[in-house]
Design a protein around this ligand. Structure first.
Ligand code: MN
Length: 414
């Protein structure tokens, strides 16, 4: 099933911006005609630049840092990077500090044996990071990783950043590949594989599993390929030679827990729809149910006449006595930039950091409750606290959603 090996995929002729046709020898021995768009291929200089950086760090140990709540795109892409880096005798440890909470993500990690480790922020010391010669950020730029502060304190240099979120801050890594218009980081990593940084082999189970994870990553960041662009299809097409369809099916065959269903139900009951925006506060949630928020937003955005859904709630982490408002945005409106929208709506904290951001079609925000944390066991106080946050978030959002405002396109101002 994984053996559609195509022996050569050499581009014979490059005609900028147009289609190139090249003859490839397929596994059945007959030549087949394949067309590749030049715009979807990774520039040779960039591949060479990554190769050079990896070569320079041969033998290093690197921390491959994921966002606190890693999604399939992040997990799969980090794994692909790890396998690429292995070729250079680099040991990349894939690390996150938060939780893998979405059932599908748990299934992905368990079923593929994806080598990811959680570091508990409570126990970790600066010296635990001393063994690393470099930090690699995949599908994030450090702004969504609690561990980033420790990495900075330990003065670990940022070696590689590969991401598709808008440029957050200047990290000046040795190698940077940020492509906000690319739908999935897994697409970018697949292009590096295709460019020859690692030759996938369908007889190596780890490769098959990683190709399966990458396929899942592309699928999940493109709304099951419905928002995929040509480059995503091409990447998925390439992976289809190696991936295990049954394994992917098993990963996708996971069900929503009752608690996630409850949150989705609350979002449905509480939603207000204004100017095609659906806004819902879902109250308090347990830390491990945090992923119910984006799932609820995914659901609300499917309602007719809704192009953008925003769902938020107060997430309570009992271990760390922390409370934080967590919110998710999903949009099908092409002209709405989630990153801009969230930054505009919530602004910055006292350190000048934005409360959130986004990429194409999705965004998120986190607002720590700070001084107002705790005492939630007092039902009356908990209710008042929620009311205040709920009201304030709605006020901030409606300021943007309201047609009187200048921030919407002219046709919506009428
Ligand atoms: Mn992503």
């Amino acid at each position: 099933m994984n053996s559609h090996s195509v022996k050569t995929l050499e581009v014979n002729e490059v005609i900028s911006g147009s289609l190139i046709q090249n003859v490839v020898e397929s596994s059945n021995g007959y030549p087949s005609l394949e067309t590749v768009s030049t715009s979807t291929r990774i520039p040779e200089q960039r591949v060479e630049a990554l190769r050079e950086v990896l070569e320079k760090h041969r033998g290093d140990r690197q921390i491959v840092l994921l966002q606190d709540f890693p999604d399939p795109d992040a997990l799969a892409s980090a794994w692909a990077y790890q396998l690429i880096a292995q070729q250079y005798n680099i040991q990349g440890d894939i690390i996150y500090a938060g939780a893998i909470s979405h059932q599908e993500n748990i299934a992905l990690v368990k079923l593929t044996g994806l080598p990811v480790k959680r570091l508990n922020l409570q126990n970790i010391r600066e010296k635990d990071l001393q063994g690393y010669q470099g930090c690699v950020l995949i599908d994030n730029q450090g702004t969504t990783c609690q561990l980033m502060q420790l990495v900075r304190q330990a003065e670990i240099p940022i070696t590689v950043v590969i991401d598709h979120h808008t440029l957050q801050e200047d990290l000046s890594p040795e190698f940077l590949d940020i492509r906000p218009s690319t739908r999935a980081t897994a697409t970018i990593l697949t292009q590096y594989l295709q460019a020859g940084l690692l030759k996938l082999d369908s007889s190596i189970s780890e490769h098959v599993k990683c190709a399966t994870a990458l396929t899942h990553g592309i699928r999940s960041d493109t709304n099951r390929l419905m928002q995929a662009q040509e480059e995503d299809f091409l990447a998925a097409g390439y992976l289809s030679r190696y991936y295990d369809a049954q394994l992917l099916n098993a990963v996708l065959q996971t069900y929503r827990s009752k608690r996630v269903m409850d949150v989705i139900q609350r979002s449905l009951t509480n939603r207000i729809v204004k100017n095609n925006f659906s806004i819902a506060g879902v109250g308090y949630l347990r830390y491990e149910d945090r992923d119910a928020i984006p799932q609820a937003a995914d659901f609300l955005v499917t309602e007719e006449n809704v192009h953008t859904a925003l769902v938020y709630g107060i997430v309570h982490d009992e271990d760390e006595e922390l409370e934080v408002v967590i919110g998710s945005l999903r949009t099908t409106k092409l002209t709405l930039d989630p990153d801009e929208f969230i930054k505009e709506a919530f602004g910055q904290d006292s350190h000048g950091r934005f409360f959130g951001g986004g990429r194409m079609s999705a965004g998120g925000f986190e607002i720590p409750l700070g001084f107002l944390c705790g005492f939630t066991e007092n039902a009356e106080f908990a209710k008042r606290k929620w009311d205040i946050f709920d009201t304030q978030i709605k006020q901030k959002l409606l300021r943007l959603v309201n047609p009187k405002d200048n921030l919407l396109s002219p046709e919506e101002k009428r």
